[in-house]
Write a protein that binds this ligand. Structure first.
Ligand code: SF4
Length: 384
């Protein structure tokens, strides 16, 4: 029997045109032969997971990375065709692909459109040419404008940009003009993240040696506040701590993560949550390819666990509180058979007293304005 519960699929494409200086996402620069072998293994994974699946309809598909748009047109076509053949999507499914302006062409956009893609998430990061250079991005500001215009011409009406603040040498005024440029483009959605120094990246090493002039904490807080003011003032409501959207354009796929809905994961390094099981496909590409090509009965995983009810509740609170709407008390109680206040009496009381969270009349526990600035304290409070 087919059920209508919400569920999604995440596909990780672990390839990029060049590695950015700050990036610790799972991605490599590879030649076409390697990419071809990888996709032979990927097809096996898709076949194996799809045949174990039973009859499910998916409401979202998110193809991320890495940079899916570095794939050549024929491969993009095959990828979309494979996913549509092996999985069933609802008629109004949200189908997103992450793209970079440097690797996008009219032909690729056309291929995505014909393959049912109805949402693009573009890695823009900044509208300041020198900051793009500092980040090691391959695209120019001009290419962002060209890609947007081309996408609109082909009928894409749900476009998102990723932007970053807290960058080396970045001023609040520069951040403000990047936000204004995104608004000017007419995007439907903005993801605005602060730079995190991840171990193993070039930025991390440079920072250790005192070579990165990063904005101080007050400036970074001011930048966050600027986004929370400027984007909603232009009709892009903040619906999650780092995400803003015009009405009706919040990312359905990401909401699925934040509300504990199931999603399949496909591709090296992808993390899934499916039927009470959390799994992460191995990041080791050789192991991934060997595993699926030679021993498809054994999934090549980096992690597999079956979180108990306590862990599930903790995670639900941790991710749910990221949404500005907060966590709905009765929904929590329906799902877990207990009330938030009974499971977390101390945490709720402390956060209420500190003015970081509040109960609404609709029984949502949500971040206060102050709580948005100290989000990490709130998100980590539920882990027991
Ligand atoms: S394009 Fe994205 S995934 Fe690729 S290296 Fe840069 S930040 Fe990382």
């Amino acid at each position: 029997m087919q059920t209508q519960a919400e569920r999604g699929i995440y596909v990780h494409v672990p390839f990029c045109g060049r590695k950015c200086q700050y990036c610790d996402f799972h991605s490599v620069v590879a030649d076409d032969t390697f990419v071809g072998s990888y996709f032979d293994a990927f097809r096996r994974e898709v076949d194996a997971r799809a045949s174990q699946l039973g009859n499910h309809t998916f409401q979202t598909l998110f193809i991320g990375g890495g940079t899916p748009s570095v794939l050549r047109v024929a491969r993009l076509e095959q990828l979309l065709d494979l996913l549509h053949r092996r999985f069933s999507f609802s008629e109004d499914a949200e189908i997103t692909v992450e793209v970079n302006p440097s690797s996008l062409s009219a032909e690729k956009l056309q291929c995505l459109r014909s393959g049912g893609v109805n949402r693009l998430s573009m890695g823009v990061q900044s509208f300041e040419p020198h900051l793009l250079q500092v980040l090691g991005r391959l695209h120019s500001v001009g290419q962002v404008h060209e890609s947007f215009a081309a996408a609109r011409r082909l009928g894409f009406d749900n476009l998102s940009v990723d932007l970053m603040f807290g960058l080396p040498g970045q001023t609040t005024a520069q951040w403000q003009s990047t936000l204004a440029a995104a608004v000017q483009l007419g995007v439907e959605h903005v993801s605005a993240y602060s730079l995190i120094l991840e171990e193993g990246t070039a930025f991390y090493r440079w920072a250790q040696r005192g070579l990165l002039a990063l904005p101080d904490e007050d400036t970074e807080t001011a930048m966050f506040a600027t986004a929370m003011h400027d984007l909603p003032a232009q009709g892009l409501e903040q619906y999650e701590i780092s995400n803003y959207a015009k009405p009706g354009f919040a990312s359905r796929h990401n909401i699925l993560y934040w509300t504990g809905k199931p999603y399949l994961a496909l591709g090296s390094g992808a993390a899934g949550w499916w039927q009470g099981r959390r799994y992460i496909n191995t990041r080791n590409m050789t192991q991934y390819m060997r595993g699926w090509l030679e021993q498809p009965a054994e999934e090549p995983l980096d992690l597999e666990e079956h979180p108990d009810l306590d862990q599930q509740m903790d995670e639900y609170m941790m991710t749910g509180m990221r949404l500005l709407a907060g966590v709905h008390g009765p929904t929590f109680a329906d799902r877990f058979g207990r009330n938030i206040q009974d499971v977390y009496p101390q945490q709720v009381q402390t956060l209420l007293e500190r003015g970081l969270v509040q109960w609404t009349q609709t029984q949502h526990l949500q971040l206060t304005w102050t709580g948005r600035f100290l989000g990490n304290l709130v998100f980590s409070a539920w882990l027991r």
